[in-house]
Design a protein around this ligand. Structure first.
Ligand code: SF4
Length: 374
């Protein structure tokens, strides 16, 4: 298959579903790690088309959702300063902090700008040499390389008024945390293909071995997801637990060596707090000491902020796959995309947003023959 729409072919989807049905003999719980995969699954009703033995658990792979409240509050405090131009991707603006969000800060006079690339923020810094320009650098192994490159460029070009508020997280320690949790039900993983396109697959065999869990690297189109599920179920039924690359058109075993080298130069591994989950050892990156001048947390001294999570929000349980979004009492009532209580309802990759946008709750599953897969 050469073109994207071919990965949504209904005939091939039915064939894959048939193979999954023919393979499965007992219940299995699989976790799709990435929020992008969650959106594909819910949007196309893949979870409703699967045999009832196969349950999909939605994982913590939404970068906006897992950014801790303390870092959101740091961003809000920095963005409110008169000397600062605060740059961020758009979906962070409505994420609630303890008392407000970035939209509110902008309404109150803060210079908050939406950018489409960290390099846009660097350009703003060049154009505004008398202002402090801060970029909000969040996300997984996918967004970390361009952010690292931007800091590298800032240092190389001597752009001293540019800094980054960094809250990057790494997937493998999160898988370890999920598997060691006493409430874990996950028996197989659909690993996020874009993460592996950067990092390769070398980090996964040790996890698959240690937890005796299949890890199948999976893409983002409906057929990618179905193929990932098919391969995971096949391994589980055979009693296997290996790393399998079902996304070879984008993922090589060694990933992207140039991107990895940039990460190693600019960042160092650190413990990170995940919103709703808590601190996971070695699960993130921070700027290394060589780039400390470009570290906004250091430059603006915003440590020690007291945070307050909204009591009604159960996004921590959603992010760990312990409940489905619609099982939260606030879902669709006091919490909607316009009035979000948690980041999982705001983010374009959030599980609560996926259910709100695509799932017709209360409807019974539609028979396969009558269901458009695309
Ligand atoms: S529906 Fe809203 S309140 Fe409930 S878990 Fe999701 S984001 Fe939080």
């Amino acid at each position: 298959m050469k073109y994207l729409d071919e990965f949504q072919n209904p005939e091939l989807a039915r064939r894959l579903l048939g193979e999954i049905r023919a393979t499965v003999t007992r219940p299995w719980a699989l976790m799709e790690v990435c929020g992008g995969q969650t959106h594909t699954i819910i949007r196309h009703g893949i979870d409703q088309l699967l045999p009832e033995e196969v349950e999909l658990i939605h994982g913590p792979g939404c970068p906006v959702c897992v950014t801790p409240l303390a870092v959101i509050d740091q961003a809000l405090e920095i963005a409110a300063r008169p000397e600062v131009i605060f740059c961020s991707f758009g979906d962070m603006l409505r994420v609630p902090g303890t008392d407000r969000d970035l939209f509110r800060v902008r309404g109150e006079g803060g210079d908050v700008r939406v950018v489409y690339s960290p390099l846009d923020a660097l350009k703003i810094a060049q154009q505004n040499p008398h202002r402090e320009v801060v970029f909000f650098g969040i996300g997984f192994e996918t967004t970390a390389p361009p952010n690292a490159m931007t800091v590298y460029q800032a240092r190389k070009l001597g752009i001293g008024n540019f800094s980054m508020l960094v809250s990057h997280v790494r997937v493998p320690p999160a898988i370890e945390a999920i598997m060691t949790s006493s409430s874990c039900r996950v028996q197989g993983f659909l690993a996020a293909g874009h993460v592996c396109s950067v990092m390769g697959t070398d980090e996964y065999p040790a996890l698959a071995d240690r937890f005796r869990v299949p890890i199948v690297v999976t893409g983002f189109e409906p057929l990618d997801i179905l193929e990932g599920i098919r391969r995971t179920v096949r391994q589980l039924e055979r009693g296997e637990h290996t790393v399998d690359n079902a996304y070879p058109r984008a993922v090589r075993p060694d990933g992207n060596p140039a991107a990895r080298a940039m990460l190693a130069d600019v960042f160092e591994v650190t413990d990170r707090s995940w919103r709703g989950i808590g601190t996971i050892p070695a699960s993130g990156w921070r700027l290394s000491d060589r780039y400390r001048d470009h570290d906004a947390e250091h430059r603006f001294s915003v440590g020690g902020i007291t945070t307050r999570e909204p009591a009604a929000c159960r996004s921590g349980e959603v992010l760990q796959g312990l409940i489905k979004p619609h099982e939260c009492e606030a879902f669709g009532t006091t919490c909607t995309p316009r009035t979000p209580l948690g980041a999982t309802m705001v983010s374009s990759e959030g599980a609560c947003a996926a259910y709100y946008l695509y799932r017709r709750l209360g409807s019974t599953p539609i028979p396969l023959e009558a269901t458009p897969v695309v």
